[in-house]
Ligand binder design. Structure first.
Ligand SMILES: [Zn+2]
Length: 222
């Protein structure tokens, strides 16, 4: 007898596709954490054209954030998304502090999670994240099972939501008895209608799994 596996997920950058994504998550009763850069949200949706994705990747407008993420958990992704290890450590400390403070003010909820911009970190930048009051810092590494996290301030999720081995890792995490499966992504990576249909089915399959339960990322580190 063991308890169901906790399935946790987080999404970076607060882009406009999160509106459709959150609708799908709500439909499946899924919990999720969204990693935001408060310094990058203006009065209108905005963002540059991206060559790789062949579309503009636009951040949500400041005024719509609270309603889009209603019912979900907010985490810090730094104030303006710099490369953590490429800026002065004092500037990094300010980025981390400002991001957390603004998000707590805007959303009126405690912000205890962190995700590294570009997945970039080292010992010094990770120590800053922990010192600022975050219980974990997520990388873009890959580790199954994701628990136990050797270093919560630089923890690796199991995988990205589009990884080919997503379901193999999901089953491996379940078999390991570690108690959790953690995936991440960006909603702008859902591009075609087929992509969205597949994502809906992916979430539906987890929701229907009697041996799994949706959970919050921060619960893994409580
Ligand atoms: Zn990011």
């Amino acid at each position: 007898m063991h308890s169901p596996m906790k399935v946790v997920q987080c999404w970076d950058d607060a882009v406009e596709e999160d509106i459709r994504l959150t609708d799908i998550l709500r439909k499946h009763g899924a919990k999720a954490t969204f990693n935001l850069n408060p310094g990058l949200h203006g009065p209108e949706r905005s963002g540059p054209y991206n060559e790789k994705w062949k579309k503009a990747i636009r951040r949500l407008a400041r005024g719509e954030l609270v309603s889009v993420y209603d019912g979900f958990t907010i985490a810090n992704h730094s104030d303006t998304h710099p490369w953590p290890t490429r800026i002065d450590l004092d500037d990094w400390r300010q980025e981390v502090k400002d991001g957390r403070k603004k998000l707590q003010d805007w959303f009126q909820q405690p912000v205890s999670g962190f995700a590294y911009p570009f997945g970039d970190y080292d010992d010094a930048t990770a120590a800053v994240v922990a010192d600022a009051g975050h219980v974990y810092g997520r990388t873009v590494g890959k580790q199954t099972p994701c628990l136990p996290a050797e270093r919560p301030e630089a923890c690796h999720p199991d995988c990205h939501f589009l990884d080919d081995d997503f379901w193999a890792l999901y089953e491996r995490a379940k078999a390991s008895g570690c108690g959790a499966f953690y995936f991440w992504g960006h909603s702008f990576e859902l591009y075609t209608e087929d992509d969205w249909t597949a994502f809906d089915a992916q979430m539906g399959r987890i929701a229907a799994d009697k041996d799994a339960v949706w959970a919050e990322v921060y619960e893994l580190f409580a």
